[in-house]
Design a protein around this ligand. Structure first.
Ligand SMILES: *Cc1c(COP(=O)(O)O)cnc(C)c1O
Length: 230
């Protein structure tokens, strides 16, 4: 069922990404993370078969169950949801990229655990551009926060991630994405050790606007796999 669905949705999504890239006019590549949360392991299998090797999950236990079904090496796993500090040790072996580093305390815990397990952790710092309390991430003095995180041992800061509010209001969406992009550019110019690789922004309802505003990584679930079970 998922294989069939992707045969329809993926070409259309790729086309929409290509068009948005043209409008952005920067020539930048846009990576696609297939967000499989709320869908069974079968969805991940279908995604991998369709050539999507970057897989996003937002919960540690769901990531664990997908990995036990498919194997750690089956995909490049992105953890995109809030990570509690007491789950860092459990989560660290599971993901390739943690997209949601939303506090200095979490970053310190990650660093400590990465040193302990002789690993290097690739991560993105989450920026709260919507001002919504329900969303995580740094709001004020984000560039300073990124600088402090980038100093920590065994952490590689490969960019930023943000989530826009759930709205159809284009000006609001553009404002959020443009704000993240400004912070990204400031980090690239001023922060030692910041690798300006991924500006992860754009979900099913706003990815084209995000790309127009400079996204280099979109995280798509619904538009690829359909609605999730609640
Ligand atoms: C669920 C989720 C997505 C994907 O959302 P869709 O609207 O289904 O595309 C992307 N990013 C994060 C952080 C998410 O939690």
């Amino acid at each position: 069922m998922y294989a069939e669905r992707l045969r329809e949705t993926l070409p259309a999504v790729r086309e929409r990404i290509a068009r948005a890239r043209e409008r952005a006019g920067s020539g930048r590549e846009v990576a696609l993370v297939a967000v499989t949360k709320g869908h069974p392991a079968e969805a991940v299998c279908a995604a991998i078969d369709a050539g999507l090797h970057e897989i996003g999950e937002n919960r540690v236990h769901e990531l664990e169950s997908k990995i036990s079904a498919l194997g750690r090496a089956a995909a490049r796993w992105h953890l995109i949801g809030h990570l509690q500090r007491n789950k860092v040790r459990r989560a660290l072996p599971l993901f390739d990229v943690l997209q949601s580093v939303d506090s200095l305390r979490l970053a310190r815990e990650l660093s400590k655990e990465a040193v302990r397990s002789a690993r290097r952790v690739s991560m993105l710092v989450q920026i709260n551009t919507s001002g919504e309390a329900s969303k995580g991430g740094f709001e004020d003095r984000a560039v300073d926060a990124v600088a402090r995180i980038a100093e920590l041992e065994a952490l590689g800061v490969a960019g930023l991630m943000t989530m826009a509010p759930l709205t159809g209001d284009e000006a609001t969406l553009r404002g959020c994405f443009a704000a993240a992009r400004r912070i990204f550019e400031q980090c690239a110019a001023r922060v030692d050790g910041f690798e300006p690789k991924y500006l992860s922004m754009g979900m099913s309802n706003d990815f084209e606007i995000a790309i127009e505003e400079g996204s280099t990584m979109v995280r798509l679930g619904t538009v690829l796999f359909g609605e999730r079970e609640r």
